[in-house]
Design a protein around this ligand. Structure first.
Ligand code: ANZ
Ligand code: ZN
Length: 829
């Protein structure tokens, strides 16, 4: 046979086969295939920034390996792609560079489509979803109206980041170090009426249903922490005012005012030495006229309003605050009067916005008490029960000396009247009951603020009428299309630039026909991405967001690959959205994604996150041009196990190594028969590669393919076995595999081939390795035919000089032969 020409011209090969696959429509999703199970493989869709980066390749091309493998197994796969196309960058391009956000976005999409097509991935482009197209956002609006009808969407006054000099609302990422990113002015918090979605109603289900999901433990834990459910008590404190000095009684006035605190540690109630209220709370406002240091208090309130929540909860030891002079709170457990403070470490939006402070057992309260010289009273001891109170006191003070608070949740009570010696756990309930409190749950999770004062987003389909209030735009008038405007800066009062499009803004009320105005806020883009996977199943439907029968075919998503940055927000929002739709009978499953995978991150060659400013960005197009898409696919699959998130620096030598490997693949020659060694390795390779693909360990699958390739290149392999090998290679290296399949006159296209079956190898004729022991010590090995006799073994062993030397001058006493394993000799001098 002739030396096979090694001519790996990746450009020609990749272009050719992409054209053929496209033309034959091999990746068109079949709604139903006889006898095939449907499988929905999903990757988080990208923002159309205008350039595909290596991260996109890692997301799509590597998940595509899995999609291809599942297809070859006979699954009917939906593997769609789309663009999460609303959002700030387009608007910034409009403001800074005078571009039209729609044109900018769509031209980016067109460009990225051509980039993506070079991956050789099995996307079905007919299922393309673009969230900024009116065909899509019509249904985003329709779904929003369903939420509105069912009291899951509502308006309320909420704080926003406000730049007083730009007169604009800022997103969190536009605030750096408390200053406006554009002009450097200090950002303040401003109250605005904004739309919210009632995700907190789903808090318990969002936690509890995690148990049934086949998701990595770390993702579940992160979601639980984000929701932050804690069990505690609501305890009511009465307010008392200091009597003015002219009055006769020494005692303070108890007022009618009371407030509740939320505490997870009702067991520490006897240790309360003061109370802290959130400065911005309504309660503080109502107490203002009774405080004797009002100016100071008001100054602190205004100072707090400049801080973001992030700054306030930051774990700094330096606590600030102001005492409400003349105001006291009465501890319901022992009727003690304690001072009342405001401090920014207490947030109005969590719990009740009021905290009973127990400095002996809480870090923040401790720091605060130290600073303001407040009483620190120990009420919990770590020492076990059985001690008298004095003993406990003594032991405790020896132990702690109040250098730091004892914050652990277990222990026994002291200094707590009739509750002394109870365990903290029991005391929590008993004390709550004793003071008439309530056991409740509290959540970190807030309702989802979805209003954005921006142009480039989905318009909220609501009309405001002075008479009728907020009225839904009638379904027949959807979509509310974004008007074309040219001035993208927000209106002076902070309203979205849409408020300047007066033709669009002024409408008649759908209810009463009177003059009315459209809502000018647009929706958070996380809403767009909370249901795109539903639309993928039926992207062109003009009458429904997705027909029931299409949903039935594909949902829930079997496999969802995404970035770890979406562990909480996106994944939680989408789960909430889906559950809400489930309750409304619009989807059938309570969860959208049965399996979730967070993939790793590709770093620059310097080991840092790729960024333009660091100059360490790898441009995949360049590498595809120079070395080929198959090389990039191979490199990214080899970099580490796909199912475990890790950080992988880009390594050009590694890339070149993959290219060389592909060239080696091309050098394998077909012969009449397969050598037994190659055949055996092929059997092993099929097993290993199948297992590894299934587990998303493409790196070890490829390592095995490399071992096999090395062997096959130097040995003989039949056409049939060679083609089996190509099938194993195909998911990672589709273009070159198709080319070699074609050159070896494979039947049809490899892309339509079936996954190979295991090959059973008859190993009964294989040579065996025997270990030789002399007097209990291993002294060497010999290779023998399987049907060898004991006498032949002995002859072979004794003729091996390395073994014979141990027997010199000795007499053989005994030999033992274990077939296929061992030949053992006992010899004496
Ligand atoms: C008394 C106490 C004693 C507390 C003690 C803790 C330890 P989690 O677990 O996160 O729910 N707290 C309540 N509302 C707050 C607010 N709006 N801003 C800041 N802190 C607030 O935390 C609940 C605990 O955080 C509550 O229990 C309360 O302090 C504080 F040894 O009450 B604790
Ligand atoms: Zn009206």
């Amino acid at each position: 046979m002739n030396e096979k020409q090694i001519q790996y011209n990746h450009k020609e090969i990749e272009k050719k086969w992409q054209g053929v696959w496209d033309e034959k429509g091999v990746y068109k999703t079949a709604d139903q295939k006889a006898g095939a199970e449907n499988e929905y493989i999903l990757v988080e869709f990208p923002y159309p920034s205008g350039d595909l980066h290596v991260g996109h390749w890692y997301a799509f091309a590597i998940t595509d390996i899995y999609a291809k493998y599942r297809r070859m197994l006979g699954k009917n796969v939906l593997f769609p792609v789309g663009f999460d196309a609303f959002g700030l960058p387009a608007e910034n391009a409009a403001i800074k560079r005078g571009l039209n956000p729609r044109e900018w976005t769509f031209s980016n999409i067109e460009f990225m489509k051509t980039q993506m097509k070079r991956m050789g991935a099995s996307f079905d482009w007919e299922h393309l979803v673009v969230t900024c197209s009116p065909e899509y956002y019509k249904w985003t609006q329709w779904l929003f109206l369903k939420f509105l009808e069912n009291n899951l969407a509502y308006q309320s006054e909420t704080n926003v980041n406000w730049c007083p000099s730009c007169k604009t609302v800022l997103a969190n990422e536009q605030v750096s170090g408390g200053k406006c990113e554009r002009c450097g002015t200090e950002v303040i918090q401003k109250k605005m009426n904004q739309w919210q979605l009632g995700i907190t109603k789903y808090a318990d289900r969002l936690i509890d249903d995690l148990d049934n999901l086949d998701w990595p433990h770390a993702i579940k834990e992160a979601q639980k922490n984000w929701i932050g459910r804690s069990e505690g008590s609501l305890i009511s404190f009465k307010v008392a005012f200091e009597k003015d000095h002219t009055a006769d009684s020494e005692k303070n006035n108890t007022s009618e005012i009371s407030f509740e605190v939320f505490t997870t540690r009702a067991d520490t109630l006897f240790g309360v030495s003061y109370v802290v209220l959130a400065p911005e709370s309504d309660l503080v406002q109502s107490l203002l006229e009774k405080v004797s240091n009002r100016a100071k208090v008001e100054a602190y309130i205004s100072q707090t309003s400049k801080k973001t929540e992030m700054d306030r909860i930051a774990d700094n030891k330096d606590k600030t605050g102001v005492r409400l002079e003349g105001v006291f709170a009465i501890n319901p457990a022992n009727n003690e009067q304690v001072p009342v403070f405001i401090s920014d470490y207490v947030l109005a939006g969590y719990g009740t916005g009021a905290v009973m402070a127990v400095p002996a057992h809480d870090e923040r309260d401790f720091a605060f008490a130290k600073k303001f010289n407040l009483n620190i009273k120990t009420v919990i001891s770590i020492f076990a029960t059985g001690y008298s109170e004095e003993e406990l006191q003594k032991k405790y003070s020896e132990y702690s000396g109040h250098e730091k608070p004892y914050v652990r949740e277990f222990g026994v009570l002291l200094n707590s009247g009739q509750f002394n010696n109870l365990s903290t756990e029991v005391a929590r309930e008993k004390i709550t009951e004793f003071v008439g409190g309530k056991i409740t749950k509290n959540y970190r999770l807030r309702d989802w603020l979805v209003s954005r004062q921006r142009y480039w987003g989905c318009p909220i389909p609501v009309i405001h009428c002075a008479k009728c209030g907020a009225v839904a735009v009638p379904e027949s008038e959807l979509p509310v299309v974004l008007p074309e405007i040219s001035d993208f800066l927000p209106r002076e009062d902070g309203k979205s630039p849409l408020a300047k499009a007066t033709d669009w803004l002024n409408v008649k009320c759908p209810k009463c026909g009177g003059d009315a105005e459209r809502e000018t806020d647009t929706l958070d883009t996380f809403i767009d991405s909370s249901w795109y996977y539903l639309r993928y199943t039926d992207p062109k439907n003009e009458n429904e967001f997705a027909a029931k029968e299409k949903q039935d075919k594909w949902l829930p998503v079997n496999f969802y690959s995404g970035g770890s940055e979406h562990t909480t927000m996106h994944l939680l929002f989408a789960r909430f959205f889906h559950k809400a739709l489930f309750d409304l009978g619009l989807v059938k499953s309570a969860e959208p994604f049965t399996t979730r995978l967070n993939r790793g991150l590709i770093l620059g060659p310097d080991g840092n996150k790729m960024s333009k400013s660091k100059g360490n960005v790898i441009n995949p197009d360049e590498i595809v041009e120079r070395l080929g898409a198959d090389t990039v696919r191979g490199y990214l699959s080899f970099i580490g196990p796909y199912n475990e998130p890790g950080n992988y620096p880009w390594d050009l030598n590694g890339v070149v190594g993959i290219r060389r490997f592909i060239e080696k693949m091309c050098r394998i020659q077909i012969t009449a028969e397969t050598s037994s060694e190659v055949r055996k390795e092929l059997s092993k390779t099929i097993k290993k590669v199948t297992e590894d693909y299934q587990k998303l360990k493409f790196n070890t699958a490829l390592a095995q393919l490399m071992i096999f390739t090395n062997l096959a290149e130097k040995n003989s392999i039949s056409k049939e076995d060679y083609q089996t090998y190509l099938k194993l290679v195909f998911p990672i290296f589709p273009h070159v595999a198709e080319e070699l399949w074609n050159q070896s006159s494979g039947e049809g296209l490899i892309v339509e081939a079936k996954w190979p079956e295991n090959i059973e190898i008859d190993s009964s004729n294989d040579k065996q390795i025997l270990t030789i022991h002399i007097n209990g010590k291993m002294r060497g090995t010999i290779e023998v035919e399987p049907n060898i006799t004991e006498a032949q073994v002995q002859e072979l062993a004794f003729s091996d000089p390395n073994i014979a030397k141990w027997l010199e001058g000795k007499t053989i006493k005994k030999t033992i032969y274990v077939k296929g394993k061992l030949f053992s000799v006992v010899a004496e001098a």
